[in-house]
Design a protein around this ligand. Structure first.
Ligand code: UD1
Length: 363
């Protein structure tokens, strides 16, 4: 049996790693790792392969950046050739990026079975490119692996047959559980490099078009962060998209020595910072889940989330685009009044093993 994994963007890498490892326990399965090249910078891609212990991709489609249509079409054209040549029995796609939907569509048209890892999540906000990717991918997938039970409910409501849906838990948490000790060992170096004290800093990431592609919104966010940093020093690893926007809009960053804007960092470094942070401010999807697992307060700068368990059971609070609310919730955390969360069911470090049993048909 030949299984082909498709990944392309940073958040895919920590999801494929545990699934690749779990399937490697079955020597009779031949695995091929395809990187679409959607993300290509060293610190957006290669560093993750090294730190996660992933083998180098067998195939790199080298599509690079482009508009949604160009990027998706390029992946489809190049991936179709790969599928015709490799003739996999099953293709696994991950998350909700353009690489995910492009590969799933190619498989559906060629009649190759496809499994979607992290199926069923819905923000119900179709202005998000990821929501379109999730809806399309789930419609054509043959196996739908959900991280939380709300995913099963959404899929059933959309007419997906119950036999295709498998509630397996969260593969990203598998990676977190495995690598948390290694990440923890980096703290002496990182705290010294960035002059940080345990529980005495805020960690920020922002890259959603809804926040960073709108100059007025980006300026408001940066001003608010600069104000917060007077009370809580901030570390902000900047996504390339955000870096370009800050430069091109000439967004004023109030320099006060307490806000460090640094280049994107590796998985282990980021995990180490999350674990030691007093507070995380983000618009990422995965970070909402990681902070819930780590029981670290998370303020999400979005109006909605496709990961409602992080709000209902975890430590996540949606502040939307309301900067007054962001300040207020930050004060609440600083006053020690943050809510304690619980870890959602099956976020236990074994989701990928459950996927491996299902796709291989081997117990
Ligand atoms: C993509 C995903 C998003 C995910 C994010 C994580 C889609 C639709 N979006 O968004 O869901 O949360 O990845 O990072 O798939 N760039 C570089 N170097 C790189 C990659 C990108 O400089 O290695 C720059 C380019 O200017 C590019 C821009 O970042 O145009 C955006 O990259 P792109 O892959 O289009 O989307 P992301 O914003 O990264």
């Amino acid at each position: 049996m030949k299984i082909l994994h498709v990944v392309g963007a940073r958040p895919n890498f920590m999801k494929v790693a545990p699934v690749h490892r779990a399937i490697a326990a079955y020597p009779q399965i031949w695995q091929i790792l395809v990187h679409t090249g959607q993300h290509y910078d060293l610190n957006m891609s290669d560093i993750f392969f090294q730190q996660l212990g992933l083998p180098a991709p067998n195939i790199n489609l080298e599509v690079g950046s482009g508009s949604h249509a160009v990027q998706t079409a390029q992946i489809m054209m190049r991936f179709e050739e790969t599928v015709l040549k490799e003739k996999p029995d099953l293709v696994l796609v991950y998350g909700d990026v353009n690489s995910t939907v492009a590969a799933a569509l190619v498989c559906a048209k060629l009649g190759v079975r496809v499994g979607h890892v992290e199926a069923g999540l819905r923000s119900f906000d179709r202005t998000m490119p990821e929501e379109i990717n999730r809806l399309m991918t789930d419609q054509v997938a043959d196996y739908l692996f959900t991280p939380s039970q709300d995913g099963d409910e959404h899929l059933l409501r959309e007419g997906v047959s119950a036999q295709k849906i498998h509630f397996v838990g969260n593969v990203m948490i598998d990676t977190l559980v495995r690598l948390l000790p290694a990440a923890g060992r980096l703290w002496p170096r990182i705290s010294s490099d960035l002059h940080l004290k345990d529980q005495r800093f805020g960690l920020v990431t922002l890259h959603r078009p809804s926040n960073v592609d709108d100059p007025a919104m980006l300026a408001q966010i940066m001003t608010t962060l600069a104000d917060i940093s007077h009370e809580l020093p901030i570390v902000f690893p900047i996504h390339p998209r955000t870096r370009v926007r800050i430069a091109s809009y000439d967004v004023q960053i109030k320099e006060n020595g307490n806000m460090q804007l640094i280049d994107p960092i590796g998985y282990l470094d980021f995990l180490c910072l999350q674990q030691r942070a007093k507070l995380v401010i983000t618009d990422s999807g995965g970070i909402q889940e990681e902070t819930t697992y780590l029981n670290v307060p998370c303020l999400t700068v979005r109006e909605n989330t496709e990961r409602p368990v992080t709000v209902e059971q975890g430590t996540n609070i949606l502040v939307g685009r309301d900067m007054a609310l962001l300040r207020e919730e930050t004060q609440r955390v600083l006053a020690g009044a943050s809510r304690k969360g619980t870890v959602p069911p099956l976020w236990d470090g074994h989701a990928a093993e459950r996927i491996a049993v299902i796709v291989t048909g081997l117990g």
